[in-house]
Design a binder for this molecule. Structure first.
Ligand SMILES: Nc1nc2c(c(=O)[nH]1)N[C@H]1C(S)=C(S)[C@@H](COP(=O)(O)OP(=O)(O)OC[C@H]3O[C@@H](n4cnc5c(N)ncnc54)[C@H](O)[C@@H]3O)O[C@H]1N2
Ligand code: MOO
Length: 410
């Protein structure tokens, strides 16, 4: 059986980032840039005031015979307007934050350091001496015309959106999000609007996977449920060939109706089957007609955990991300663990930061059918192959499911 690391490497080797599309800026959050971003203008575009106050000649701010300099106020300039009037020696102009510095002035003094007769006053006393450039934000101080500000391959977050908007990029080239087909399998599995008959269960996996795919940045499409016949599975998978990735759940073990692997052999290729892990051993990976297919196990927890470990990195790589894997940290296991499994065990746990340490508490019954073991689980404790006994207060590695991906390879 493959190790988790081998399986990940074999999967990711087969996956390459998708092609580029142009997106309106307001839809680009979370995408990876497919172009370098060059500033085609200086930012700020013009010298402007950092304060509400007065524009003046700095040399006019010197006290005269111990008396504050008194200047004639020749006008006012608000943000959004350009003053044509020149500030000459002995004069000052009222100015607001963000307004262009009027010609002639080489400094701004904030209003709190002046004295005047109010907003209509035609004089102002300068209570502090200022140097040239005081409170002036020069053109190009932030970004210069021609400067490369963002690089191809960078993730677009809210701050990048702000910079792109500042530079006037209304559309940008990004790597497109993958279209992901999700197929449930099994004669026992029915949709949510159907009244359960004896022996039936609801198709929870497809809904969980749909949500998880969306959270990973993919565009999910539930393609229903394939019955346990080769014909029906073939037909349903045939409808999935226009997608970038196919996720199935169920039908990958050794039962009489576990047919996903057969169809992969028949219509494409199976790269591997089975990983030395619990939950999630029977994962199968390959392609049909060139479309990558990740066959996840039917047990709900196995399906959820293997999606996090393998499906999510695939969706990220398709989107052009290079950081694909969640970080692992050392945590203290509050309630201890006794584990004898031969496979590597991923135990659902809730990790919190308490008094300077990360403390993990496992989430109860770890059966791969116990969906409630996923509730509160923000981490998977990694118990090595062969098992381990960890006393209460002992330490173990935890894969942090709610920390941003920071690692590139397995
Ligand atoms: N003889 C063996 N039996 C099993 C083995 C094994 O090694 N030898 N492995 C077990 C393990 S581990 C797992 S995991 C499961 C995986 O089986 P499949 O992936 O083939 O899944 P199914 O048999 O179709 O279903 C398993 C379980 O999950 C429920 N299920 C299926 N689809 C859904 C769905 N869409 N939503 C919710 N629940 C679903 C299904 O009813 C079954 O209870 O195999 C073990 N058996
Ligand atoms: O691998 Mo199965 O997921 O242990 O139940």
């Amino acid at each position: 059986m493959l190790s988790v690391e081998e399986a990940l490497t074999r999967i990711l080797t087969e996956i390459q980032p998708l092609d580029t599309i142009s997106l309106p800026l307001d839809q680009a959050i979370g995408s990876i840039l497919a172009q370098d971003i060059i500033a085609h203008e200086a930012i700020p575009p013009f010298d402007n005031s950092a304060m509400d106050g007065f524009a003046l000649l700095s040399k006019d701010s010197k006290p005269k015979q111990d008396q504050p300099a008194r200047l004639r106020v020749i006008g006012s300039v608000a943000a959004g307007y350009v003053s044509q009037t020149r500030v000459e020696e002995g004069t000052a102009m009222r100015i607001m934050t963000g307004a262009p510095v009027p010609p002639g002035a080489d400094a701004i003094i904030q209003v709190e350091l002046t004295n005047s007769d109010g907003s209509q006053s035609d004089w102002v006393e300068i209570l502090h001496e200022v140097s040239p450039g005081n409170n002036i934000r020069p053109a190009g101080e932030d970004m210069q015309n021609g400067q490369k500000v963002l690089q191809r391959g960078q993730e677009i977050g809210a701050w990048e959106i702000g910079i792109l908007a500042t530079l006037g990029y209304a559309h940008i080239d990004v790597i497109r999000a993958p279209q992901v087909a999700i197929l449930g399998t099994g004669d026992e599995v029915v949709d949510l609007d159907v009244e359960l008959q004896p022996g039936q269960i609801r198709n929870s996996n497809s809904y969980l996977l749909e949500a998880a795919v969306r959270r990973a940045g993919g565009i999910p499409h539930r393609l229903g449920i394939a019955r346990d016949t080769s014909e029906n599975l073939r037909e349903k998978l045939g409808a999935a060939l226009n997608y970038d990735l196919i996720l199935t759940s169920g039908g990958v073990s050794v039962g009489d109706f576990d047919l996903v692997k057969d169809i992969m052999h028949e219509q494409g290729q199976m790269n591997f089957w089975r990983i030395n892990m619990k939950p999630g051993k029977p994962v199968a990976f390959g392609h049909i007609s060139g479309v990558p297919l990740l066959g996840l196990p039917g047990n709900p927890v196995s399906s959820a955990v293997t999606f996090e470990l393998f499906g999510r990195p695939v969706i990220r790589k398709l989107q052009g991300y290079t950081q694909l894997l969640r970080p692992q940290i050392d945590v203290i296991v509050e309630n201890g663990i006794q584990e004898t499994a031969r496979r590597r065990h991923y135990i659902r746990a809730h990790v919190t930061w308490q008094q300077g340490r990360f403390i993990a508490r496992t989430t109860g019954n770890q059966g791969s059918h116990i969906m409630t073991s996923l509730l509160q689980a923000n981490a998977l404790l990694v118990i090595p192959e062969g098992g381990a006994i960890i006393k209460p207060g002992g330490s173990v590695k935890a894969l942090m499911l709610d920390w941003p991906e920071s690692e590139t390879t397995a």
